[in-house]
Design a protein around this ligand. Structure first.
Ligand code: PMP
Length: 365
């Protein structure tokens, strides 16, 4: 039996168009900074991808800076902006750890930004201010009320950055509302280790990495050309994705879990959520036990965000939403991809049912 992959928020497979373009480009030689023919060919590959990213976000190609991924893009903005930063309690660590002095806006029980709190923070800042809010959360899938956040930022003259890693290709967003946007190629069907930062060229941003002056001095270092090519193809494909059927699959699975065990808690259930994400807690089953059981059953799922240590730690996202033990220690994230089918979800449900019945028997005995 082939393994089943239900961890698409961690990374999602290369799309065929990206794979084809990678294979066509990988044997071509050239450093895009060289002025000879080889260099010019390499430059063409990068500039075509830049056009593709710019087209998606409706910005000028000069506003697209290629990076090693959203972690770097987030660090570039959070460390490179001169002034006060306001962010939310449920951001990715690459935002929270990049700027420990940032003011933290709280979220409600569903994980939605507390707009009154944001306004209070904005009123009290005197220096140039940047608000950094993720478009959609990687653990719960909760979608922020971006229109209202943008409106508040504009009212108080704040600049705005969004970590759009999980939203790109899934949500219809007016991208031109934002001064900075971070993205990673591998979350949309490109390669790992490459991404971009969309910038508002009128706002000064100090570069993180200095050297040869590539990417208009914003990001020195020879470009990851093959990765960039994959990003160009993946982003072009984002327009063609229909998440409605995936949402139906997710909802069916959710209903099956609740009807089997009404004590199952679905996180962010009453808020707008990404169509592909289901984060929930099952009574009497720790995250670790569940992840291991599914792994042994040939199914890859995650306890929350993928963590570099490979260990499962309790989620700062759920904690910020006021979730406490035991639910906090029982969370599991199932994230579907555009290619996921009902045939992938049936074995998941069966494996979960087995685990749940076993835990019920243990309690009864
Ligand atoms: N932001 C969010 C919301 C993410 O989900 C991730 C990846 N888990 C990142 C940033 C970082 O992306 P990368 O590891 O590709 O740099």
């Amino acid at each position: 039996m082939p393994r089943i992959y239900l961890d698409h928020n961690a990374t999602t497979p290369l799309i065929p168009e990206a794979q084809k373009a990678i294979l066509e480009t990988i044997d071509t030689l050239g450093n895009a900074s060289s002025i000879h023919a080889h260099g010019r060919t390499a430059r063409t590959h990068i500039e075509e991808a830049r056009e593709s990213v710019a087209h998606f976000f409706k910005v000028k190609p000069s506003q697209v800076i290629f990076t090693s991924g959203a972690t770097e893009s987030n660090n570039m903005v959070l460390k490179g902006f001169q002034g006060t930063i306001i962010t939310s309690a449920i951001e990715h660590d690459s935002v929270l750890d990049a700027k420990p002095s940032a003011l933290i806006c709280s979220v409600d029980k569903q994980g939605i930004l507390d707009l009154d709190h944001l306004e209070k923070l904005l009123i009290n800042t005197t220096t140039p201010t940047l608000v950094s809010v993720m478009a959609a959360n990687n653990e719960t899938g909760v979608i922020q009320p971006l229109d209202q956040i943008v409106h508040l930022c504009r009212r108080y003259g704040a600049k705005i950055h969004t970590d759009a890693v999980q939203a790109v290709g899934k949500l219809n967003i007016v991208w031109t509302d934002f001064d900075f946007i971070s993205l990673s190629a591998h979350k949309i069907g490109g390669l790992q280790g490459v991404g971009a930062l969309i910038i508002n060229e009128k706002i000064s941003l100090f570069p993180l990495i200095r050297g040869g002056g590539q990417e208009r001095y914003f990001r020195s270092g020879t470009e990851n050309r093959i990765g960039i090519v994959s990003l160009g193809k993946a982003i072009a494909d984002c327009h063609n994705r229909d998440w409605q059927k995936i949402e139906m699959l997710r909802n069916t699975l959710q209903d099956r879990l609740i009807s089997t065990c009404p004590e199952v808690v679905i996180f962010s259930k009453d808020a707008p959520r990404l169509a592909n994400t289901l984060c929930f807690s099952t009574p009497n089953l720790t995250s670790n036990t569940q992840v291991m059981h599914f792994d042994l059953s040939g199914i890859s799922v995650s306890a929350g965000s993928a963590c570099s240590s490979g260990k499962v730690k309790t989620s700062h996202v759920l904690r910020a939403m006021g979730i406490t033990s035991p639910h906090l220690d029982q969370s599991l994230r199932v994230s579907l991809g555009i290619t996921t089918t009902a045939t992938d979800l049936d074995p998941f449900f069966t494996a979960w049912q087995t685990l749940y019945s076993r835990s019920q028997e243990r309690i009864a005995s």
